[in-house]
Ligand binder design. Structure first.
Ligand code: BGP
Length: 477
C-alpha cells in the first residue's frame, strides 16, 4: 500500500440484489417470491416489520415497481458494459431462489433460471469482473412461506442446502465469492422480508425470530460444508447489517444499553464466524422467553463450518439511550436508537457517519480477526436529471469519498479489508420503501415511481468520480 492507495488486488465494485433490479418477476418459469408481494410504501412498512399476521397477497390496482425493476433481466449486457467502463473488479448480485426452484421444493431446478445466471456470470467474466453472489437477498419462494411457514420450519434447511448445492455445481467453476444470507441479523428487525416469517397477533416475536435464525445458521453451515466439497477454492462469507454503536451520553446506563444493543448483531456474527452462540445467549434468550429447539448435530455443524470472511453493509451509526421516553427517536433507522446531534441526516433520516465506518471495521476485526468486505455503503437520495443528461450528485460523491477515506485509514491501522462494493451502483428499487425515487447509483435509470420513463441509463457525475477512484486504486480520494 503506497501513496494513499488501497492494497494491491483490492476488490472495487458495486452491489445490487435480484429482486431490486431484475424485474421479469414471473418470466421464464420464475415463481412468486416474498419480495414480489410487498407493495411500495407506506403500506410496505407495516409488512416489513410485523407482517399482518397473514401472508400478503398481490393487491389488484396497486402498482409494484419491483415487478419490472430496472429490467436488468433483459438489459444486463448494457448494464455490465457500463460497470466495466468504471473499471469494476467485482460485482455483487443475488440469485433469486424462486428462479431456480420456483416453489422452493420442486423436484428439479428450472433450467431457464439457471441459464439466466450463467449468462450474467459469463458476461461479467468477459470483462474480468468477479461475481460475488448472495444466495438469499431479502427474497425466497413465496410457496415456502405458504406451505412451510418460512424459516421457522426446520425443513427449509434441507431445501436451502439443495439450492446451494445446485448453485455450486452449476457456477462453482466461475464464481469464487459467495454470501449465504444478506443482512442475516435483520431477521431481528424486519422478519418478513429477511426470513419469510409472518408473526401472528400476540405471538412471541423473539421466539419466531431466533428459531428461524437458528435454522438459517445451520443452513449456512451446510452451505459452507457443500462449498468446501464442491469448490475448494471458493470463499464463503456471512453478511450482516453493520453499524457503529454509541452510548447517547456518558451515563453508565447508556453504555450498558449500547452494549446490549450491540449484542443483537454479535449473536449472529458469533455463530457464523466463531461457530458457537456467545456466552450471554442463555440469559439473552431467557429474558425474551425464547426456547430454542435444536438437534444434536447442530452444534457440531456450526462449529465445523464457519465462514471465510465477514461482509457487511454500512450506512449509518446508532446512538443508544437508556431513557425509554427519549424525545428524539431516530427516524428511518431500522436499528432504532435516538438522533445523534453531532451528525447530519440523509433525506430519508439515515444519519451520516463516515468515522463510524472506521469504528465498525475495527470492532469487527478485533472481535473476529477475519478478512472483512464492505458489500454495501452509499447514500439514498432523490437525484435530478438536468437537461443534457446531467446528474450532479456531488452529495453522493461527498458521502462515498468520506467513507472510503475512513476505510483506508482502518486499513492503514491494520484492518484486513479485501473489498468494497457500494450499494445500488445502478439505480434500483429501494428495499425499505419499494420505490424508485430513493437512488444510490453511479448510473441513473430513467424510471419514476409510477412506472413512467424510458429506462434509459445515464452516467451521473459520480460515475466519473468512481472510475477515477478505481483507476488510481483509491489514491484520488
Ligand atoms: C440494505 C439491503 C439492501 C438495500 C439497502 C438500502 O438493508 O441489504 O437490499 O436496499 O439496505 O436500503 P434502502 O433500499 O431501503 O434504502
Amino acid at each position: 500500500m503506497t501513496n494513499n492507495q488501497f492494497p494491491e488486488g483490492f476488490l472495487w465494485g458495486g452491489a445490487v440484489a435480484a429482486n431490486q433490479v431484475e424485474g421479469a418477476y414471473l418470466e421464464d418459469g420464475k415463481g412468486l417470491s416474498t419480495s414480489d408481494v410487498l407493495p411500495p410504501a407506506p403500506a410496505r412498512f407495516k409488512l416489513l416489520f410485523h407482517g399482518k399476521g397473514e401472508i400478503p397477497q398481490i393487491e389488484e390496482g396497486t402498482y409494484y415497481p419491483s415487478h419490472e425493476g430496472i429490467d436488468f433481466y433483459h438489459r444486463y449486457k448494457e448494464d455490465i458494459a457500463l460497470l466495466a467502463e468504471m473499471g469494476f473488479k467485482v460485482f455483487r448480485t443475488s440469485i433469486a431462489w424462486s428462479r431456480i426452484f420456483p416453489s422452493g421444493d420442486d423436484e428439479h431446478p428450472n433450467e431457464a433460471g439457471l441459464k439466466f445466471y450463467d449468462d450474467v456470470i459469463d458476461e461479467l467474466l468477459k470483462y474480468g469482473i468477479q461475481p460475488l453472489i448472495t444466495m438469499s437477498h431479502f427474497d425466497m419462494p413465496l410457496a415456502l412461506l405458504e406451505n412451510y411457514g418460512g424459516w421457522r420450519n426446520r425443513k427449509l434447511i434441507a431445501l436451502y442446502e439443495r439450492y446451494a448445492r445446485t448453485l455450486f455445481k452449476r457456477y462453482g467453476d466461475r464464481v469464487k465469492y459467495w454470501i449465504t444470507f444478506n443482512e442475516i441479523n435483520m431477521l431481528a428487525h424486519i422478519p418478513f422480508i429477511s426470513g419469510g416469517i409472518v408473526i401472528a397477533e400476540g405471538e412471541n416475536k423473539a421466539q419466531a425470530v431466533y428459531q428461524s435464525a437458528h435454522h438459517q445458521f445451520v443452513a449456512s453451515a451446510l452451505a459452507v460444508k457443500a462449498a468446501r466439497e464442491l469448490m475448494p477454492e471458493a470463499m464463503v462469507g456471512c453478511m450482516v447489517a453493520g453499524e457503529a454503536i454509541y452510548p447517547f451520553t456518558s451515563k453508565p446506563e447508556d453504555s450498558i444499553e449500547a452494549m446490549e444493543h450491540a449484542r443483537i448483531t454479535q449473536l449472529f456474527t458469533d455463530v457464523m464466524v466463531k461457530g458457537e452462540y456467545p456466552y450471554y445467549t442463555e440469559n439473552f434468550f431467557r429474558k425474551k422467553n425464547v426456547e430454542l429447539v435444536t438437534e444434536a448435530e447442530d452444534a457440531v455443524l456450526l462449529r465445523d463450518h464457519t465462514v471465510d470472511f465477514i461482509s457487511f453493509s454500512y450506512y449509518t451509526s446508532t446512538a443508544v439511550s437508556s431513557d425509554p421516553d427519549h424525545p428524539d427517536k431516530a427516524s428511518g433507522n431500522l436499528f432504532g436508537g435516538v438522533v445523534n446531534p453531532y451528525l447530519q441526516s440523509s433525506d430519508w433520516g439515515w444519519q451520516i457517519d463516515p468515522l463510524g465506518l472506521r469504528c465498525a471495521l475495527h470492532q469487527m476485526y478485533e472481535r473476529y480477526g477475519k478478512p472483512l468486505f464492505i458489500v454495501e455503503n452509499g447514500l439514498g437520495a432523490s437525484d435530478t436529471l438536468e437537461p443534457g443528461d446531467i446528474v450532479n450528485d456531488d452529495y453522493r460523491i461527498d458521502y462515498l469519498n468520506r467513507h472510503l477515506i475512513e476505510a483506508r485509514r482502518a486499513i492503514e491501522e491494520g484492518v484486513e479489508l479485501i473489498g468494497y462494493t457500494s450499494w445500488g451502483c445502478i439505480d434500483l428499487i429501494s428495499a425499505s420503501t419499494g420505490e424508485m425515487k430513493k437512488r444510490y447509483g453511479y448510473i441513473y435509470v430513467d424510471r419514476d415511481n409510477e412506472g413512467g420513463g424510458t429506462l434509459r441509463r445515464i452516467r451521473k457525475k459520480s460515475f466519473h468520480w468512481y472510475k477515477e477512484v478505481i483507476a488510481t486504486n483509491g489514491a484520488s480520494l
